[in-house]
Design a protein around this ligand. Structure first.
Ligand code: 9WN
Length: 446
């Protein structure tokens, strides 16, 4: 089933081009994030892809996350990568480097990485439900699908709310920049510089064969990423040991805000699948605790929320889009909106369009062409667009959407863009950039 774009004809070309990207990266029941750079199934990419597929083929959208959830660890963790071992030459670290089978909690089946990523999955499920609901046949299929996947999603959220928040703070702990999804963001600089690294087994980076090195994390960053991997592997991915001894333990406010939104989405799905009252109470409790944790992370001087370094017992000061993350958790406050509109973010006169850059152009760490240190990422803007819309802030949501569609129209679906010029950067034909564009195109207005 291919739905026509709701705003034809101007958007028809973009629509068709976005569908073509998804079809080109389709691996059958899951989607490669990019044709060359990312040949495996990534966790949050897959959830965004499901949203895109939902506009093209609902049945395909319902299959998208199944392989991912089938790779769930016994702890409830959804791994950040499920490997396609036929493509093991193309990406590093490969599954052998992770060696996850040392853990009794690792799943059987295709090998996985040892980390997780932001929990956007329930947002994708609720989008599938919204789109399936009007048609009786699709609604029945979607309800059956949601009933099947619901226990695994609940277990995933339980893992995040417990194993990853033993303090009950409402904020989720991440053990690696790759878990944040925003790898070389300046948010992690202080923590990455706070520990020594030991000897690493030899390795060859593959990413810089496909994308200019200046647009990717540095070699120095990679050594740290790989050192953290080695430490986790040495501890057999035992999270009680990792929680005690790991040098990178950060309460990630962006991850935690997505978790609040995901719990709200899961609560709505509890009704669809007739979940027991006890589940609803649990999920509502996680959402409430998350909201309180996220609200408490706002720094009054900066007017932005901060991540927290658990090991050092210190808030991490930086000015990135993550400082506005409480918007995603439902906090549409005057302080955050003033920041959003200010020259630190959307109101910056040097921007190509009113889109959030990954790092504020006013921050010393801002590097407009370097990955998470400055470029604009469509999926991040989609999360904020969704949040503004849910808060009834249709004017701001509409402006964000229009700017994002302009970028896709003129440059196609890249991984990220220079926020000053709109120049496309990173990988071309990035699946999640195409997927969120389909959702933007199908949105009635804002
Ligand atoms: C490491 C796939 C992934 C995204 C991440 C993004 C990037 C990987 C990498 O690509 O990370 O996980 O090799 O750079 O940072 O958010 O999920 O698109």
């Amino acid at each position: 089933m291919t739905l026509p774009p709701r705003n034809p004809p101007a958007t028809e070309t973009v629509w068709n081009a976005a569908v073509k990207v998804l079809l080109g990266n389709d691996a059958g029941d899951w989607t490669r994030p990019a044709p060359q750079l990312y040949p495996h199934q990534w966790s949050w990419d897959s959830a965004f892809c499901a949203i895109g597929w939902a506009h093209v083929d609902l049945r395909r959208a319902m299959r998208e996350q199944q392989r991912l959830f089938a790779a769930q660890w016994r702890t409830g963790k959804i791994p950040y990568i499920v490997y396609d071992d036929t493509a093991s030459e193309s990406y590093f670290p490969d599954s052998a480097r992770w060696g996850c089978r040392v853990s009794p909690d690792a799943p059987d089946g295709p090998p996985t990485g040892g980390l997780c990523q932001p929990p956007v999955h329930a947002l994708a499920l609720s989008r599938i439900w919204d789109l399936a609901r009007p048609d009786p046949e699709q609604r029945g299929a979607a309800r059956r699908y949601l009933r099947r996947i619901y226990p695994a999603v609940l277990a995933w959220h339980r893992y995040l709310a417990t194993v990853r928040d033993p303090e009950g703070s409402g904020l989720v702990t991440v053990y690696h920049p790759w878990e944040s999804g925003c790898d070389n963001s300046p948010r992690w600089d202080t923590v990455l510089n706070s520990f020594q690294i030991g000897d690493l087994p030899p390795y060859v980076r593959r990413d810089t064969r496909f994308v200019e090195a200046a647009q990717r994390p540095s070699d120095r960053d990679y050594r740290r990423y790989l050192w953290l991997l080695e430490l986790m592997k040495r501890r057999h991915y035992d999270e009680s040991l990792i929680a005690r001894h790991h040098p990178f333990k950060v309460k990630d406010v962006f991850f935690s805000s997505i978790f609040v939104a995901a719990n709200e989405a899961l609560l709505e799905l509890c009704d669809v699948v007739d979940a027991p009252a006890a589940d609803r109470e649990l999920v509502a409790g996680w959402a409430q605790r998350g909201q309180a944790g996220v609200a408490a992370s706002v720094d009054p001087d900066l007017g932005l929320s901060l991540d927290y370094d658990v090991r050092a017992g210190a808030w991490l000061r930086s000015r990135t889009f993550a400082g506005l993350a409480p918007l995603i958790a439902g906090y549409h406050t005057a302080t955050l909106i003033a920041q959003l509109d200010s020259a630190a973010f959307l109101g910056n006169p040097g921007l190509h369009g009113p889109l959030l850059a990954s790092t504020s152009p006013l921050d010393d760490a801002f590097e407009p062409r370097n990955y998470w240190r400055g470029p604009t990422w469509p999926v991040i803007n989609w999360l904020f667009w969704r949040a503004l819309r849910r808060a009834g802030d249709h004017g701001r949501a509409q402006r964000l959407r229009a700017a994002a569609l302009d970028l896709a129209d003129s440059d196609g679906f890249f991984e990220y863009y220079d926020p000053r010029t709109g120049e496309p950067l990173g990988s071309p034909d990035q699946s999640w950039s195409a997927a969120v564009t389909l959702d933007w195109l199908a949105a009635p207005d804002a």
